[in-house]
Design a protein around this ligand. Sequence first.
Ligand code: CS2
Length: 439
Amino acid sequence: MRLSPDTLASLPGDIAVPSYDREAQAIGIVHFGIGAFHRAHQAWYTDLALNAGEQGWAISGVSLRSASVAEQLNPQDGLYSVTARGGGTSATRIVGAVREVLFAPQDPEAVVARIASPDCRIVSFTVTEKGYARAGDGSLDIAAAEHSFYPLLAEGLAQRKAAELPGITLLSCDNLAENGQQLTRLMREWLAAKDPALIDWFAAHCTCPQTMIDRIVPATTEEDRAALEDKLGMRDEGAVLTEAFSQWVIEDRFAGPRPKWEDHGAQLVADVAPYETAKLRMLNGAHSMLAYCGLERGFTFVHEAIADPQLQALTRLLMIEEAAPTIDAAPDQDLAAYAESLIERFAEPAVRHRLAQIAMDGSQKIPQRWLDTVTWHNDRGQECPAIRTAFHAWIAHLADGDLVNDPQGDELRELLGSAGPEAVARRMADGRFPIEAIL
Ligand code: CS2
């Protein structure tokens, strides 16, 4: 038996299911990058809003690079389970917010039509750091952008303009510094190159609020799916497993209507920057450090690495002495308490978060996770020994090669082989960061 609208009634009684009429929901959100993270985070909040009686916020998920999520979810009519684990407990809920998954290379017109539909009010993104197609200096790499969301989004917006429909909100939910501002700038660069006539309309009718998104969502394994099958009494190919914790801080600057996500735990604020900076430099900065230093020491999971006394001390050093002083905290932020809560989250053994997953795409992650912190200290004549250790572990990871999974991996490995670590540091710094501070 497989999870689907027809089998929902056969689930065990302790599994919560959607309480709303799924068929009756218009598609108000188009989401690019419908991986496990979106399904355990934004789609989960949206499902809570639909359960509370809101209307018109079903999600059309779009995959840009692989048909696998479409193959997992479409036969289940978009249904999947979210299992939150931690503190010795585990709770599973069926999320109904996703109505379809489109594989963009196969059906680009369908994606454009969803964006151009009067029902659509929000286009959101979890396309990872590399999905924004930025060149080394941060500008848009037009050739790479051709294969990302830009052409589809621009065409959808052009059709909205032609039909005199309202603009939409573009919501980046990726771990980039100032994700909303970056998306605005990159989209303008795309339009300047491809459709300059749309720039003014885009500026006047669309907004790109800044967001901080946080939930640790390890990639689902075959073992997870099999264990869940025992619990559900049926197969769920789209299952996601996550931690109990979840946070979403959103700049309150929407072009049109939105779900009341704040009724379900999201924080709508005027300025996201202090939360986003703390999250990127402390949580993600420590994560990347644990990934490279942990793999070097033979660990597989985050909870194993953080249990190592030396790595735990290094994590505290990075978060408390190096990252925290660079953050201009909001009045309700206690960074010392935040650091301790992060260590607790990393230590949760039920989450089983693989270091290799975090180690991916280092070239895309390191600038906002480590180098901004290093620059702040360097300007004040101070050092960052934990980040330096982490940087050297990343270099060793590159040199080792076995686990490198990075769009610039081959290039950086070649550079490392021919010109050494300093050349790699210089490439990463790209004139914007002080390399002597990390070598
Ligand atoms: C991780 C993040 O894979 C990674 O690089 O650091 O995915 C992290 O788990 C999330 O940002 C937590 O919100």
